[in-house]
Design a protein around this ligand. Sequence first.
Ligand code: TRP
Length: 341
Amino acid sequence: MNCQTNQDLANLENKIVLTGDRPTGKLHLGHYVGSLKNRTILQKKNTQYIMVANLQALTDNMHSHFDIAKYSIEIVKDYIAAGIDPNLNTIFLQSEVPALSELTILFLNCVKYAKLIRNPTLKEEIKDKYKADSVNMGFLCYPISQAADILAFSTDYVPVGLDQAPMIEQCNDIVNSLNKLSESLSLKKVQPLFSHHPRLIGIDGKKKMSKSLNNFISLSETNEEIRKKVFAMYTDANHVKIQDPGQVEGNTVFAYLEVFFDDKNELNTLKARYTNGGVSDVSLKDLLYQTLLNIISPIRELRNSISDNSIRKILEKGSVEANEVAQKNLIHIKSSLAINL
Ligand code: TRP
């Protein structure tokens, strides 16, 4: 699977791009490198829709619907603070665009149950989250509602993590079945855009930074919290004294420096010095702390200056725009299938 570099993304123009997040918590560094930065590149020359997927979030969080409402505002603050410009993007709330739900109902009829439950990502998520037989229908069908989100905007590209590849395939299966149903339908196939840094490891060294694993550094973290988290990271258990040779591979601090520290020459020199012995873990962690601070503190400052009300206005305006487009596409699909008067 090939991953797009920043340069590839910058070359993309006049395309329709759709991305979204489930509002289940504030966004963290994993989102920052995996998607937010890419969106700030893509917003320049493309039509970008950014959806706050509150309905999808409810599929596995119906019991905490008040939190979903709160985080629907919080993540848009993260967007804006990270450089996503509300004037260049359509930022909207999924539940405010009813055409998405109507398309979902239609698309349900194009997907075989047996095929749906073979989706490897879905299968794994169900295994991780649910006891046998306790998965609800909303969750089971989220790949189908995701296809509705994508097709409602005639999307060309969907930036996603590698684990979402089966969702794109599912969406394109729906495109094929619909196109076969009516001559007047020629829906476009959608393409995934896999990010250059699709996955940031957790601060515990585990394979993914995530809210549920509680191994994240959020974009609104205080300096003190960032410091604590960085200083609790594992380096190399055998690197006890400063003069001991240290290992770079499998060292969480280096893994983060690799992603966030821009001066690659300096980083290579540091790696060589660390490998030979003579660099303390404290100085290494201090470098990472300063590096992350330079990224997070401006985001946090900006974030703190944004009011909930201004976010509601952004979502209202975006939802009106999204509704217009989605409704038009829904009507086109419905009338092509003769589901109209
Ligand atoms: N599944 C995405 C997430 O977990 C959210 C999402 C919903 C989405 N619909 C989408 C992403 C359509 C891309 C395209 O964050």
